[in-house]
Ligand binder design. Structure first.
Ligand code: MF3
Ligand code: CO
Length: 290
């Protein structure tokens, strides 16, 4: 860990002397590290100024998802959703973060039924009565990133699929409750998978959430299998997504060798996902995008 001298400016950019700013914080971080815990690098701790900028990006992301919520219905193609996201993001001064990300060809991910994530919008995918769909939306505003996703039920959805969507949403809420400063990422993970498994579903293991804000995908990687008291220490200023993919059947998934993006359940049963962007605060957490 890079520590300034007591009277030197703090690494956080506050302009205060280190001894009046993050010195005691770093002492605590080092004590936790000495206990064997994984602690965050200073680069993962956002400054108040950065948080303000990221929140502006999140406002656009939320507005775009609200737009999708108002217009999505049976008969709409996922291609149309892509056009909405592109237009509504640009209208508000943002850029869809998905577009051209590692060669991704569209502005949003639209994952229907047994698609787990990274479904590519297409004019051939027409939403029909009874479908469930995840719309995963990410925005860049002046270089600051936001990322969240919602599930939508199209028309008359079976009680089984509705329950999957609802339990997944509850799991995210339970995970969120477990997010607090000086807690651990594993506290959140345990809360998520416990709720999922109690309801007879499974959590996808190999795909998780991520740090976010200054880049699209930052450390830490955020899985949902972990145990309480393990995983990275959480401290104020950290920001990450909680975005479990919950399968009605088995947890196994595969990536389409057709488009190399879309992920599907191996057993063909439906999968659901909600994603929120969370900030760890001095006294708990704040949801910035949902
Ligand atoms: N929005 C996704 C996430 O939650 C990432 C999508 S990357 C893309 O992390 F390239 F597929 F768009
Ligand atoms: Co994400």
């Amino acid at each position: 860990m890079n520590r300034p001298g007591r009277n030197d400016p703090c690494w956080c950019g506050s302009g205060k002397k280190y001894k009046h700013c993050h010195m005691a914080f770093d002492d605590r971080l080092i004590a936790e590290r000495d206990l064997g815990h994984e602690v965050p690098d200073h680069s993962l701790i956002k400054t108040p100024a950065q948080i303000e900028k990221i929140k502006e990006s999140c406002k656009i992301n939320i507005a775009v998802l609200d737009y999708v919520a108002e217009h999505i219905r049976a008969g709409v193609t996922t291609e149309e959703i892509d056009q909405w996201v592109f237009t509504e993001t640009q209208k508000r001064g943002g850029i869809p973060a998905d577009l051209n990300y590692e060669g991704y060809p569209k502005s949003v991910c639209t994952s229907v039924n047994e698609q787990v994530c990274h479904g590519i919008p297409s004019p051939d995918v027409v939403l029909k009565d009874g479908d469930i769909i995840n719309v995963d939306c990410s925005t860049i505003l002046d270089g600051y990133f936001s990322d969240s996703s919602r599930m939508f039920c199209i028309g008359n959805v079976s009680p089984e699929k509705k329950r999957l969507v609802e339990v997944t949403r509850e799991a995210v809420a339970k995970g969120l409750e477990a997010v607090k400063p000086w807690g651990f990422l594993g506290d959140m993970a345990e809360a998520v998978h416990t709720h999922v498994e109690k309801n007879g579903y499974s959590v996808v293991r190999e795909i998780g959430g991520h740090g976010v804000g200054l880049q699209f995908h930052e450390d830490p990687w955020v899985g949902y299998i972990g145990k309480r008291g393990t995983g990275m220490l959480l401290v104020p200023g950290m920001m990450f997504t909680i975005e479990p993919m919950v399968n009605m059947g088995k947890p196994d998934v595969y990536t389409s060798d057709g488009d190399n993006w879309a992920v599907y359940t191996v057993d063909g049963l439906p999968s659901a996902q909600w994603e929120i962007q969370v900030l760890v605060t001095e006294d708990g957490h704040e949801v910035l995008s949902w």
